[in-house]
Design a protein around this ligand. Sequence first.
Ligand SMILES: *Cc1c(COP(=O)(O)O)cnc(C)c1O
Length: 219
Amino acid sequence: MTIAENLQQIRTTLPETVTLVAVSKTKPVSDLTEAYESGQRIFGENKIQEMADKWEQMPKDIQWHMIGHVQTNKVKFMAPFVSLVHGVDSLKLLQEINKQAAKNNRVINCLLQLHIAEEETKFGLDEQELNDLIASEEFATMQNIQIQGVMGMATFTDNQEQVKKEFTHLKSIFDTLKGKNPVHCNLQTISMGMSGDYKLAIECGSTMVRIGSSIFGGR
Ligand SMILES: *Cc1c(COP(=O)(O)O)cnc(C)c1O
């Protein structure tokens, strides 16, 4: 199957309320162009330099999502153009995004990454850390970021019950946060689900799926 066929097939399975991020990390611009020509406008990358290189080469109506772990010292390279930063997991990182967004006269949309998996290797905040961040004085002063929702990655396992439990947990954290109606937030996005688990993620309330290998093939 071609990239265009894969995209078309996946789109038919997605409810209208779910946004598809085509995860193009490690793939050449020619692959992204094929996806672009079949109508895809949202691409996800996990390295800032690679995303910036592709941004320079590709059409300017693409929305670039940073889905990987962000190093604070590299935020400046994506601040002029990034559309959504999925992996925000500390106040320090959020402060740097706010600072670089201000320099570019922008408000940058962010998702707070929650640690929902059993594995210790995955990044993210726990619910208490999320609440502390949202309630902090520093957060209250940030004028150039907006929190658009949450992001999480489930444990890499065949155990569907485990994955379902983790996705459901993220959905409930989102609902609780939304109920508090915090400042600098426009809560509408739950980014969860990848090639292997996106259907289950959607059943659990995902509004944004990040799909790579099922579109572009293995890496
Ligand atoms: C690579 C990656 C994906 C896509 O994974 P696939 O299994 O190829 O669909 C999704 N989210 C994050 C954070 C990733 O790093």
